[in-house]
Every structure is written in C-alpha cells, then in structure tokens.
Ligand binder design. Structure first.
Ligand code: NDP
Length: 350
C-alpha cells in the first residue's frame, strides 16, 4: 500500500508530449501541483500549451529543463516529489537512421537518469513509467502460442532487436531496466502503464507524431487502394492519461497494465471513420492481399519481415487487469477516432 499525498507536487517528465500533456491537464484540474520537464524551455511550439495551462492554473505548474541523455538532468525536478510519472522517451517508427542513438540510448539512459534522481530524492514513494505494449510483444506472431492469441502482462517482447522493430526493442530494454533498478531498493514502488496505439485529440496544437501520422493516413488517400489485414490494439489518449493518474494514486495498485480499449483490423478503424464521414475522405474500403502487401509494403515502410510476422496473423491484448487493478473505464474507439479527425480538420490539416 502506497499513499501519495495529494498536496505534494507530482513530476511528469516530457511535458511537451501527446500523452504527458493530458496527464498534466487532468492533474491540474484535480487541484494537484505539477512539475514537468521539457528539453528546451524556449521552444515555444512545444511548450505553448503548458504556458497556457500555467496561466489557467496560477502557481500550480512548474516547468524545468531536462534531457534524457544528460546525467543528473532530472535531480532538481524530482526533489520533494512523492510521485514521479516518467513518460519521456522517443516515439517514432519510421525514418530511423541510427536506432541505437535515436531510440535505445535516450529510452534506456533516460530511464536510468530519471530513476537515479528518484534514488537520490528521499521524498519519492512511487514511480509510474509509460512503457508500451511494445514491451509485451514485437510482432503479432509473438501471440501465436498464447491461449486465444491473447497477450497478458505476463508476456515480454523477446523478438525485437536493433535491426528488427527497434522502437519496441527500446521500450523493452527501458522497462526491464526500470524493474531492475526498482528491485535494488525498497523505498519506492514501480507501476507500469503499457498502452497500445494511442489515438484521440491532443491538448496542444502540435500535429507531428506517430499517432497523428496514422490518423492522417486513414483519410488522406495513402491507403486508398486498401490496407494490410493487420490487427492493432488502440486506446484513447485520455484513458491512457487517466490510467497513469489512477496508477499514481491507487494505494493498492501494482505491476504492469496493458492499457488498450480494443484490438481492431486496420479496416475496422476505417469502417468507424466511414460511418461518420461517409465519402468526404478517401477512407480505405478494402484489404490488400498479403502478396500485394509484400510488393507495395516497402513503399509504406513495411519490410518483408514485418509483413510476414504481422499481416493476417491473429492477435489480441487482454485489458482486464487495467480495469480490475486501476478501475479504468475505456471509452469507445468511435469517439476516439472521430474526435481525433475533427481536431485535425479544425487545424486545417485535412
Ligand atoms: P510524443 O512524441 O508526443 O512524446 C515523447 C516525449 O518524450 C516528448 O515530450 C519528447 O520531447 C520527449 N523526449 C524524447 N526524447 C527526449 C530526450 N532526449 N530528452 C528529453 N525528452 C525527450 O509521444 P507520446 O506522448 O505518444 O509518447 C510518450 C510515451 O508514451 C513514450 O514513452 C512512448 O514510448 C509511450 N507510448 C506511446 C504510444 C502512442 O501510441 N503514442 C503507445 C505506447 C507507448 P520533445 O517534445 O522535446 O521531443
């Protein structure tokens, strides 16, 4: 049982991020004082929404500068907090030139850095880490020998590497490191949130990022001729944010938490959008046969290995523990997808 004093400030790392921004907003709305870290306080594009929040909640939001790869960077921000929510980590799956430098080093070194600062600060009682379902599996085929092809928190990604699925590899290494560091002390407990693919509107006006790219690709004609028959777990960004807060403040909560509303084929996601937007956008209406995915996949960043291990492979994620341990309730994906597109429309991106 860990009781966090709601009067103590909560640190959220990576405040410019898509998920972190919602966590910060909800904490402030709950009357909790928040500290957050960003890489560069002068980068207005990335911190604008935080400055707005600090105007709306005077004296309740403090911004610090910190970089995942700079030793001791988080010391000041951690000092005096009881709860640290560590979300900062590079998240991209395309355009990777040097996976070690761009993904693994910041994810792993960043986790070490933040947890070393936590070890130095006597005040910290609990750390909530944003991991991913990518630490549970790398490719859908990893669920092949699991009952009902449904993965649970007991599973770990053993198939990813620097050269195949480097982002899942970075998340797996970082989460394992966090558990290892946690095991070697007994002051703070570790809770992990493992979200599937996060969708839904952003707090900020930033429109870069992997989640936005996916949503755009469903309506901008990229998959006009069809989508691969691939199952993906999806979850709303606001539910992911709530999961972090529930994990922070539920005294009895423990362990890893798959945070995923539903597993859908890509065409299922397209169907939800078609029901709302009809023919307004070139939303995909069919699936590509697997041999065609092999042929055209590389043009969309899908390697042969990726196609063979994911397309047409049954797979599911068990979200029951997040509901039981945290009391988390999931909103329907129709709401998530539609509100995400509506925000992109308002931003004149489509
Ligand atoms: P974003 O890209 O919006 O956020 C990533 C955050 O990490 C940004 O604040 C970014 O800062 C920060 N960051 C990256 N590199 C560094 C660095 N070297 N030093 C300091 N900060 C750094 O993505 P999300 O909000 O989606 O991701 C947040 C977390 O959630 C990540 O750990 C990601 O792995 C995880 N996750 C995301 C999922 C999704 O579908 N979105 C699914 C599952 C897990 P900056 O703005 O300066 O780049």
């Amino acid at each position: 049982m860990t009781n966090i004093d709601k009067k103590a400030p909560v640190l959220v790392t990576g405040g410019s991020g898509y998920i972190a921004s919602w966590i910060i907003k909800y904490l402030l709305e709950d009357g909790i004082s928040v500290r957050t870290t960003v890489r560069n306080l002068r980068d207005l594009k990335k911190v604008e929404h935080l400055l707005e929040l600090s105007k709306k909640f005077p004296g309740k939001l403090e911004l610090f500068e910190a970089d995942l790869i700079a030793n001791g960077s988080f010391d000041q921000a951690v000092k005096g907090t009881e709860l640290v929510i560590h979300t900062a980590s590079p998240f991209f799956i395309s355009g990777i030139k040097d996976a070690q430098k761009q993904l693994v080093e910041p994810a792993l070194q960043g986790t070490r850095n933040v947890l070393e600062s936590v070890n130095k600060a006597d005040s910290v009682k609990r750390v909530v880490l944003t991991s991913s379902v990518a630490s549970i599996y790398g490719d859908n085929i990893d669920a092949a020998n699991v009952p009902g092809n449904k993965l649970t928190e007991e599973h770990w990604n053993t198939s990813s590497s620097l050269s195949h699925q480097p982002y899942p590899y970075s998340k797996t290494l970082a989460e394992k490191e966090a558990w290892e560091i946690n095991k070697n002390q007994n002051r703070w407990d570790l809770l992990v949130i493992n979200p599937s693919f996060v969708m839904g509107p952003s707090v900020s006006n930033r429109v870069d990022g992997t989640s936005v790219d996916f949503m755009l690709s469903m309506v901008n004609g990229k998959f006009k001729s069809g989508v691969p028959n691939t199952l993906i777990g999806f979850v709303d960004v606001r539910d992911v944010a709530k999961a972090h807060i529930l994990a922070g403040f539920t005294p009895s909560a423990k362990g890893r938490h798959i945070t995923s509303a539903q597993t859908l084929p890509m065409l299922g996601a397209a169907k939800i959008l078609r029901e709302k937007f009809g023919k307004k956008y070139p939303i995909p209406t069919g699936e590509l046969p697997k041999f065609l995915v092999y042929l055209v996949g590389p043009f969309f960043g899908l390697s042969w290995a990726n196609t063979s291990r994911n397309v047409g492979i049954p797979f599911d994620l068990d979200n029951s523990y997040s509901q039981k341990d945290l009391g988390l309730k999931y909103r329907p994906l129709s709401e998530t997808f539609v509100e995400h597109i509506e925000q992109l429309e308002a931003a004149k991106l489509i």
